[in-house]
Design a protein around this ligand. Structure first.
Ligand code: MG
Length: 348
């Protein structure tokens, strides 16, 4: 009898397979402007962005955050990368019998503080308590709805001055030849911070999670215009994001290693653990694809946001190549594959 494996939940190829073989087989999935079958960050239905995420992060507390701040930031970001602004969130909790009340209070206070930073409210929710052993402390589900950003029409107009753009919303299929790739800051921090706090790893580092709501940063970029796609590099990291874009947009992507912002603490932790910083999850970063003539202005706008100070142009889309290619420091080229499963399971 075939059974579900942990690697199918980690955001790489295996998870895509799980979704295709079960979710898309058993559920009707073509409803909406951006339907379930698009497997994008959020669906668009009747002009509303709608997304949901379940958080099983382990441990629940880690340097710079906890499951509450993470859940709110993650859901706000999945609404925002569709070109929508978050209107309201839900929060459902599955609590294991014996869970400390003080921890629950701390986690909810963090969720509330993060929601306040994002200028959004948690308006509905649910609590369930299950017997000891039936859950790992606490699982949280957050859903979010968002309305179309007032800057989205102007954003798309700026794309259309140079080319046809057949979509009404930026999405994973939106990239074309020449689009410039911008990442809003250093990658890998969330995964490394989490591992440093995890039993069995436990190493010293000053790296903290990057988990943060990015709706403000994204609005300021949309105001400039010319953004063809946006996405947060969560599970499976930048490697997974770039491969999803390349596949869905049917375009090659090149990235320069020397332009990738990675903190030295992340690099050394990755070397020690033998994992690729491109494959670790982030919870407070966004990657933009931008028409070339707007890329400098978008970069400047992103850098003016507190969460985007270290933003960089990292590469471009090119119809001359297939898949995702990394130009290394030494001038070599290597294919960046989509990770099979995230090297760090249960990071969110
Ligand atoms: Mg996402």
């Amino acid at each position: 009898m075939s059974k579900i494996t942990l690697s199918q939940g980690a955001g790489g190829e295996k998870m895509q397979e799980l979704i295709r073989n079960f979710v898309l087989k058993e559920l009707e999935h073509d409803y909406g402007e951006v339907p379930l079958s698009a497997l994008d960050d959020a669906a668009i239905v009747d002009g509303i962005a709608f997304t949901t995420d379940t958080y099983t992060v382990k441990p629940l507390f880690f340097p710079g955050g906890n499951i509450g701040s993470l859940a709110v930031a993650g859901t706000v970001n999945d609404v925002s990368v569709m070109g929508a602004y978050p209107v309201a969130l839900s929060c459902g909790m599955i609590i294991e019998e014996g869970f400390p009340e003080s921890d629950l209070r701390t986690i909810l206070a963090s969720a509330n503080l993060t929601a306040r930073k994002a200028d959004v409210k948690i308006v509905t929710g649910d609590t369930k308590v299950v017997e000891k052993g039936a859950a790992d402390g606490l699982f949280v589900n957050t859903s979010g709805i968002g309305k179309r950003s007032p800057h989205l029409d102007g954003n798309i107009d700026r794309i259309r001055t140079s080319r046809r753009y057949p979509w009404n919303w930026p999405n994973d299929s939106g990239l074309s030849d020449g689009d410039v790739l911008i990442v809003s800051g250093p990658i890998g921090n969330h995964g490394v911070a989490l591992l440093s706090a995890r039993e069995g790893y436990g190493f010293e580092t000053t790296i903290r999670t990057d988990a943060a709501p990015l709706n403000g940063l994204i609005e300021s970029a949309l105001k400039i215009g010319g953004i063809t796609a946006m996405k947060d590099p969560t599970r499976g990291g930048l490697a997974n994001l770039l491969n999803e874009w390349s596949e869905k947009s049917n375009i090659g992507l090149t990235v320069k290693e020397e332009d990738l912002p990675i903190d030295s603490g992340v690099l050394s932790a990755c070397e020690m653990l033998g994992i690729d910083p491109l494959e670790i999850g982030n919870e407070g970063k966004v990657v933009f694809a931008v028409v070339p003539e707007a890329s400098k202005d978008v970069l400047d706008a992103v850098k003016a946001s507190p969460e985007g100070r270290h933003a960089m142009i990292i590469g471009e889309a090119s119809s001359d190549i297939d898949g995702v290619v990394l130009e290394t420091y030494t001038g070599g080229k290597r294919i960046v594959e989509s990770p099979i499963g995230d090297p760090v399971p249960r990071i969110c």
